[in-house]
Each structure stands twice: as structure tokens, then as C-alpha cells.
Design a protein around this ligand. Structure first.
Ligand code: MIC
Ligand code: SF4
Length: 653
């Protein structure tokens, strides 16, 4: 039976389990990446595990999220991360070098390898044929220590691309087409694998735009083959010798196959407040725009920004629009500068932003009240920009550039005045690795530098013998990690859990932290009740870590997204799913909840069809919950999370 690319890579990296969709497997991780917002906690946990040096083929620590640096906290984190990298054998990418996913693709991505990153957009690496996944920081810390990554063997959906894109339509429109078809929920445990003749019409950076935003569908990862175009890209990056060919077998078996005719793809946008809310730009044509932001790990390659520069050449930004442009990497910025494209952007009136995440994570360039903001990034969740009332639309660089000039939504296919730039990939990129700091062979003498904002990672207690507590909060569907643990101006507290946890659920219910802390201090347990697709979005483990700190012992939801589910296990919070979806309506906030003999029932759930009974004492009813956990997941819960579990394994050893 023929194999897909996903099956080939996973088979080669399989350490435990059977490669059968839905079953638990453990895989070897070749490369890891972290970024500063999740990295500090990841390395604190790495240190707490007592590992002496990173054991995997390549570990890179990027600084790209918190580069605005209001106050001392972020600079202290950067200094900590730089010293830890030196000590433990990790490559350090200095602030200014660019966004982790863009830079990793340029300088380190290798077809056929596995990559685990503490950021949900790590699947960007699928554009170069890597099996690249996002995970919580502690999972990445374990992988750096040489441990395997535990995951569910995925289903593989084949997306066949036919024909070629029309001028003015680009890769962003392809992934928005995929999002229109698959939505943002219900794709957990799936890999999107692209194939077909249309693949050859896309360069690696275009492919990376597509795999990047597969994250918004909630898939494990997305993958492109590694072909001649991949070789050309790697050659242009001076790394041709690392190229290998990687194709699915002609008779590969997929769980599902769909076809997208690229010539029919139209310019699209994701309208507020979900990346899955897809509308054609033609429908919005003429709607006024206040802000345009171009950049992020989705659309900030050389091709994207040169295209924007050529569209803006000789034009001027509309007086009521603020245009910000953040090149994805120093390599991109440098090339734009040397070739004169940066001057065109400046002449047009663009505000040139640092090569970093910046606006995308909402820590600057927040739009005005009720403003319409067009962005080339990947998430438009409510409040993510830092302005709760802003209306965020996700678009291609082409659509963004036209909106900046005309001040209104403009269908790129209608553009008559400006010739389509049709930018080709350069034969060679301007390579300069001087903003990486490579670690010494031996780092044991290096002193780790910690600032006053950097605390110890909090330690959890083992799972209690009974669950006695309250439904401390009840939330609706599609609650994202931006709702649970806001970023933006709160980001600087990522290394300080006691402070950061005072913002848990801030956009939904700002009184939650005080309520939760009060019941924790009385020795009671907090429970979160949620509807479908709980924990969408970012990989930030703080969305589990901070609730853990506030005494949350269980989440009971209609469904829970993959990375967040793994983070809950890692921090000893039980992720229950309602056996009957209708029971979501029967529990109310503040209900008194009880699961007697919790440790025992979790361990023996398999003997009872994986069902655990929850007593709602306020209503006087019993509610069946699904507890279908692997042995390892049960062990994590009993120990109170991965840190305790890893330590206990080390003690035994
Ligand atoms: C995001 O895009 O939401 C982030 C910020 O990059 C997160 C990581 C984080 O919260 O630090 C992600 O996507 O995982
Ligand atoms: Fe950075 Fe935005 Fe990409 Fe997250 S989605 S890694 S914040 S650019």
C-alpha cells in the first residue's frame, strides 16, 4: 500500500505505537524552535528537569514576540534566553533577526525532518516538506532533552491543486479557500497534504503561507512535497546540499481527497472575528478602511513585500489610512533595502516596523475605536489587536496594498491602473547569519542571567483524591487561548505566573481570577465549563499553566482543541468531554460539583467505557463525562503534570 508524505516521515521517526489514525504514537523530534513569549517558561522548565545540554539535532531560540520592550521585563527575558542558549547548546536568534517561522524556513528548514515549536504556527515548515508541529513549551523542553513527542497518529486529507493562480490572486487566497471549506473546528487529528500539478506553480514561501494558516483549521500540520522548486529555494538560501526529494507514492492512500482549481480561486478575506469567517473581497468592495498592516509569519516573505512595494511604487497611502509594514526577517528587510524597494515603501508613506511579530500579537499598532483594520496575518479574534471594538479582516498582501492606496476594500481582480508585479523568487537570497549566536561546544561554565520578573515555574500538587469544587466559570463555544490568556499589553508577564494569572479570562470575565483564587485558598477546586472547540488558536501553555496556578483541576467541554488539550494534561488539569452534548446546558456557573474518588475513577475509567460520573450537587443530577485517556496521560494527571512526572521518572532512573 502506497504511503503519503506524512506517513513516510512519521514512520521514519516512530518510537512507540502504531501508525494508525487515532492511536497514540511517540515520535523522535529532529529540530526544535522556541520564541521568547513561550520560550522563557520552556527553558525554565528545561532547567527544572535537570537536563545538561540540548540533545536534538538543532534547537533554536528566537526573539520576535516581545520586542516593543516597555519596561525592563522583556529585555530581561531576552538576556535570560541568550544566556540559557549559550549554556545548553542552543542557537540564539537575536531580536531584529526576524519572525521565528520565516527565519527558520530560510535558514534551517530541511525536508523530511520533524520540527516541534512552542508556537502554533510552526507548521509553516510544512512548506519546505518538514513535519512541523506546534506544542506547549514543556513538550518542546522534553524534545530538546531528547525525549519523544507524544501525539495522535493523524488522518491525512489530500488537497489536490489543479492549474495555476490568476494574477492578483495569491497563496493567502488559497488557504482562505481551504478555511472556507474546512472551517476552524472539527479538524483535530488531521494532516493536510498538498499534491497535484498546481503544487509546481507555487514557490516555497507561497507554500509556507498555506501551511502556516492550516493552524487556523486546527490541523496537526500541513505538508507540501519537496520538489525541484524546493531545491531551487534551498539553493537560493545556499543550502542545496540539505535538499532531498520527498513525494507521496503514486498509490498513496488518503482518508479523504479534495480538489482546488487554483485558476478559480478568488480574492478572499476572513471577516471579524474568526479566521473561518470567509467572504469574497468583491462583496465588500468600497467599504472604508482605517488601517492596513502587512507582515506576520503568514505573509512577510521577500516575494510578498516586493509585490507590495511594486504596487505602491509611485502611489501614496490614502490620507485616512495608516499603513504599517513589518518585514518577516532581516534577510527580507536587507534585500528590500539594497534593491531600492524599501525606499518605494517609505516614499508611499508606509510606517516601517521592526522585523518581528509586533502588530499581529497586539502589543502595538492597536487600531482606533471601531476601526476597520486589514491585515495579512492569520488571526482576527476579538480583541487580539488590543482594541476590543476593532474589526479585523485578514487578506493577501495584494489586497492590503490596494486598500492602503484607495482607502476602501478593493477587489484586486478589478485593478485597472496598476500592472500586476508578478515577482519571481531571486536566484540567491542575501544571506547573513551574523544575528545568530551559535553556542560554544561546552557551556557548563556559562552563568544564567535572571531578572526580577523571572520566577520559578510553579509546581502543581498531585491529583487530589476527590474533586470538590465549583463551576467557577461557564463560557461559550470557540473560546480561543487569546480569551483564556490574553497577550498584547499583558505579554510582558509571561515569566511571572502570579502576576500573569490575574488576567486569566480577562476579555470574558475579569472577575474570574479573584473568584478562582478565593476558592483555591479555601481548599476547593475550580472547574471550567465550555462549549465546542475550547482552546483554539495559540500554543501558549500559559492558558493551562495560569489556570493551574489558580486551582483549576478540570475543564469540562463539548470539545477541546489539540494543542490546548495536550497543555491541560501537561499541567495536571483533567480535560473532560461531555458524553452528551446537551448536558452543557444543564450545568450553570457556581454549581457545586463533586467527583468522589477522583484518582481511582480516572485510573479505572477504561473499565467503565471511559465514563466518569460528575455529581452536580446544586442541581441534584449526575452527568456522564468522557475520560478516554492513554496510560501516559493518566500518569501525567496523577502526578500533577509533566514537570512532576518527568522528575519522578528521573528519580526512578
Ligand atoms: C500567536 O500567534 O497567538 C502566538 C503569540 O504566536 C502564539 C504563541 C504565544 O502565545 O506566545 C501561538 O501562536 O502559539
Ligand atoms: Fe508572531 Fe503573529 Fe506569527 Fe504568532 S501569528 S508567531 S504573533 S507573527
Amino acid at each position: 500500500m502506497g504511503k503519503s508524505i506524512a506517513q513516510k516521515i512519521l514512520q521514519e521517526h516512530l518510537i512507540e505505537g502504531e501508525l494508525k489514525a487515532g492511536s497514540q504514537i511517540a515520535v523522535r523530534i529532529d529540530q526544535t524552535l522556541t520564541q521568547d513569549a513561550t520560550g522563557t517558561m520552556a527553558y525554565l522548565q528545561f532547567e527544572a528537569m535537570g537536563i545538561e545540554r540540548a540533545q536534538n539535532e538543532l534547537a533554536v531560540s528566537y526573539i520576535d514576540h516581545n520586542t516593543v520592550q516597555v519596561g525592563f521585563e522583556n529585555a530581561d527575558d531576552h538576556r535570560y534566553l541568550q544566556s540559557v542558549a549559550q549554556k545548553y547548546g542552543i542557537v540564539f536568534s537575536r531580536p531584529g533577526n526576524g519572525i521565528c517561522h520565516q527565519v527558520h524556513l530560510e535558514r534551517f528548514g530541511i525536508p523530511g525532518k520533524t520540527l516541534l515549536g512552542s508556537d502554533s504556527h510552526t507548521p509553516t515548515g510544512g512548506g519546505i516538506g518538514m513535519f512541523a508541529m506546534g506544542a506547549g513549551g514543556i513538550d518542546v523542553a522534553v524534545a530538546m532533552g531528547g525525549g519523544p513527542f507524544y501525539m495522535t497518529a493523524p488522518k491525512v486529507v489530500n488537497i489536490q491543486l489543479q492549474s495555476e493562480l490568476r494574477p492578483w490572486v495569491s497563496a493567502k487566497d488559497v488557504i482562505l479557500t481551504v478555511l472556507k471549506q474546512f472551517g476552524t473546528k472539527g479538524n483535530v487529528g488531521t494532516v493536510f497534504e498538498y499534491s497535484g500539478p498546481g503544487v509546481a506553480s507555487l514557490d516555497v514561501p507561497d507554500r509556507a503561507t498555506i501551511t502556516n494558516m492550516g493552524a487556523e483549521c486546527g490541523v496537526t500540520t500541513s505538508l507540501f512535497p519537496s520538489d525541484e522548486r524546493t531545491r531551487t529555494f534551498m539553493k537560493a538560501q545556499g543550502r542545496e546540499e540539505q535538499w532531498i526529494e520527498l513525494q507521496a507514492d503514486a498509490d498513496a492512500v488518503y482518508d479523504k481527497t479534495i480538489t482546488i482549481d487554483l485558476s478559480q480561486v478568488e480574492p478572499l478575506t476572513a471577516a471579524p472575528h474568526s479566521p473561518g469567517n470567509i467572504v469574497s473581497i468583491a462583496e465588500l468592495s468600497g467599504k472604508p478602511v482605517d488601517q492596513v498592516l502587512i507582515g506576520s509569519c503568514t505573509n512577510s516573505s521577500y516575494r510578498d513585500l516586493r509585490t507590495v512595494a511594486e504596487i505602491l511604487d509611485g502611489q501614496h497611502v490614502c490620507p485616512h489610512v495608516s499603513l504599517g509594514i513589518a518585514p518577516g526577517s532581516r534577510e527580507v528587510l536587507n534585500m528590500l533595502a539594497k534593491e531600492g524597494y524599501l525606499a518605494k515603501l517609505i516614499a508611499a508613506g508606509a510606517r516601517i516596523l521592526e522585523s518581528a511579530c509586533g502588530f499581529c500579537i497586539g502589543n502595538h499598532m492597536s487600531p482606533g475605536t471601531d476601526a476597520v483594520s486589514l491585515r495579512t496575518s492569520n488571526r482576527n479574534f476579538e480583541g487580539r489587536s488590543g482594541t476590543p471594538s476593532a474589526q479585523l479582516y485578514l487578506v493577501s498582501p495584494e489586497a492590503a496594498a490596494l486598500a492602503a492606496i484607495y482607502g476602501v476594500f478593493t477587489d484586486p481582480l478589478d485593478e485597472k491602473n496598476i500592472a500586476y508585479p508578478n515577482v519571481q523568487m531571486p536566484a540567491s537570497f542575501d544571506i547573513d547569519d551574523s544575528m545568530f549566536i551559535f553556542p560554544p561546544e561546552e557551556g557548563s561554565g556559562v552563568e544564567v542571567l535572571r531578572g526580577p520578573n523571572i520566577g520559578e515555574p510553579p509546581v502543581n500538587d498531585p491529583l487530589p483524591s476527590d474533586l470538590i469544587g465549583t463551576a467557577t466559570i461557564k463560557v461559550g463555544e470557540k473560546i480561543t487561548t487569546d480569551h483564556i490568556m490574553p497577550a498584547g499589553s499583558r505579554l510582558k508577564y509571561r515569566s511571572n505566573v502570579p502576576v500573569y494569572s490575574t488576567f486569566v479570562f480577562e476579555p470574558v470575565d475579569p472577575l474570574f481570577p479573584a473568584r478562582a483564587a478565593a476558592s483555591r485558598d479555601q481548599g476547593l477546586h475550580n472547574v471550567i465549563i465550555a462549549n465546542d472547540s475550547y482552546g483554539q488558536g495559540s500554543s501558549r501553555e500559559h492558558a493551562a499553566l495560569c489556570p493551574m496556578y489558580l486551582g483549576v483541576k478540570a475543564v469540562i467541554a463539548t470539545s477541546i482543541e489539540r494543542i490546548h488539550m495536550a497543555n491541560l494534561f501537561n499541567f495536571g488539569i483533567i480535560p473532560f468531554v461531555f458524553a452528551d452534548k446537551a448536558d452543557y446546558d444543564r450545568i450553570d456557573q457556581d454549581d457545586k460539583l463533586l467527583i468522589p474518588d477522583l484518582r481511582e475513577v480516572i485510573q479505572t475509567a477504561a473499565e467503565h467505557d471511559h465514563i466518569v460520573m460528575l455529581r452536580d450537587e446544586t442541581k441534584g443530577i449526575d452527568i456522564p463525562l468522557i475520560a478516554d485517556f492513554t496510560e501516559r496521560q493518566i500518569a501525567l494527571l496523577l502526578s500533577g503534570g509533566l514537570l512532576n512526572y518527568t522528575r519522578s521518572l528521573q528519580e526512578k532512573a
